[in-house]
Ligand binder design. Structure first.
Ligand code: NAD
Ligand code: UD1
Length: 351
């Protein structure tokens, strides 16, 4: 049975991926500094698995620690080996992701996102662990010309967060070029992951004011924020608001399992894939859908355009479909329903 190391495994996307792997009866080892998550996430995962009689505590190991700490990483790999279950592959989610904060605090973003990743790759190499999936972002395309973005579009990030993601992609490509047989690499460029597990037991829980639209809408719906400010209604789009490619986080978790299988089936690989639905929706369509499926109102007001936004961003998903033979199945309605279910549950837990 393979043992997969999941860095950032208690975070938003990581937790859904951990659940997906445990449901498949895989062993996982999670490391997370808990900078943007908490141990309660592990309780949520456990509860969901218990509901389907799939919880097995021997299949999950959790280590609290920082990917910038080489000794810590070395110990995690060694302990797995000593238990007779060495790390076979890594999914690397751990990192910082707030664009605004990255521009204000570039050093910490380069340190965590780039130095942390280099550390991890070093320890993987020491342990002959050659398989890695890296969480990159559509943000690496920046203002790059042609929409929908395909994977060969030029890489033109324009904020610190985007620069750090592009830098790690470069490092991985250099590693592969230096000795292709030594690595099986998958770079996944996520578009806009939203929603949560339908149980409402795990989901996104930002520890700061959300910059992204979906957690902001959820917080307006629950009364934590007064209204949503829609950044511009004069974009060159059919309704004047920006179009984005939203993907349900449960679908996103699933693609990690499929991409990892793809890598394990090969001696060597270097794969870069867009991960989105390939269908854009406007901000107003998102808000209207959220209101309709959850029978509530989202107070909103139009405000100025946000620096760095582009009118339309969505993925050309043909490469993902052709190589992995997989498509996301959940709808915008599912994303809005499940995301609200989680937020509603969070509020009642706090009450
Ligand atoms: P998240 O913040 O919920 O999860 C990241 C996890 O990493 C958190 O649990 C955090 O505590 C942990 N972490 C942070 N710094 C760490 C460190 N130094 N050592 C160990 N753990 C650390 O974010 P997410 O939305 O789940 O995103 C996961 C990955 O996907 C990130 O790399 C992010 O950049 C990337 N990504 C996210 C989105 C998105 O919209 N959510 C889009 C594109 C790419
Ligand atoms: C943002 C980041 C991008 C990151 C992605 C996923 C910027 C410039 N880009 O992209 O690097 O990879 O999130 O994490 O921050 N909106 C509002 N009001 C709000 C929040 C957002 O109207 O309060 C609008 C935005 O203008 C945008 C859309 O909603 O048109 C989606 O915004 P967001 O969720 O931040 O995602 P991206 O802009 O795609």
């Amino acid at each position: 049975m393979k043992n997969i190391l999941i860095t950032g495994g208690t975070g938003f996307i990581g937790s859904h991926t951990c659940l997906n792997f445990l449901e498949e009866d895989l062993n996982i080892t999670i490391i997370d500094s808990l900078k943007n998550s908490s141990r309660n996430v592990l309780k949520g995962i456990k509860k969901i698995l218990e509901l389907s009689n799939k919880y097995d505590e021997n299949k999950i190991n959790f280590y609290e620690g920082d990917i910038r700490n080489t000794d810590f990483l070395r110990k995690v790999f060694l302990q797995a080996k000593n238990k007779g279950n060495p790390i076979d592959g890594v999914i690397h989610f751990a990192g910082l992701k707030a664009v605004g904060e990255s521009v204000l605090n570039p050093i910490i973003y380069w340190d965590v996102n780039v130095n942390g990743s280099i550390n991890l790759f070093k320890i993987m190499e020491e342990n002959n662990c050659k398989t890695i999936l890296f969480s990159s972002s559509a943000t690496v395309y920046g203002n790059s010309q042609k929409i929908p973005f395909n994977e060969s579009a030029s890489i033109k990030p324009f904020n610190t967060y985007g620069f750090t993601k592009a830098a790690v992609e470069n490092i991985l490509n250099n590693m592969f070029d230096s000795d292709s047989l030594k690595w099986r690499i998958g770079i996944l460029r996520y578009f806009n992951p939203i929603g949560s597990h339908p149980s409402g037991l795990i989901g996104e829980n930002p520890n700061h004011k959300p910059e992204n639209i979906f957690p902001y809408i959820c917080q307006v719906a629950s009364g934590l924020r007064e209204k949503l400010y829609i950044f511009g209604n004069d974009w060159p789009t059919p309704d004047g608001t920006c179009y984005r490619d939203y993907i349900h986080v449960v679908d996103l978790a699933e693609v990690h399992k499929i991409a990892l299988k793809y890598l394990f089936a090969r001696d060597s690989a270097n794969l870069t894939l867009n991960v989105g639905k390939g269908k854009p929706y406007s901000v107003l369509e998102l808000v209207n859908t959220f209101e309709r499926v959850n029978s509530l109102k989202i107070e909103h007001e139009f405000s100025f355009r946000r620096d760095g936004d582009i009118a339309t961003s969505y993925a050309d998903t043909s490469k993902m479909y052709n190589l992995l033979k997989w498509k996301p199945s959940k709808s915008l309605e599912d994303m809005c329903k499940d995301g609200w279910n989680w937020q509603n549950n969070l509020v009642s837990i706090k009450d």
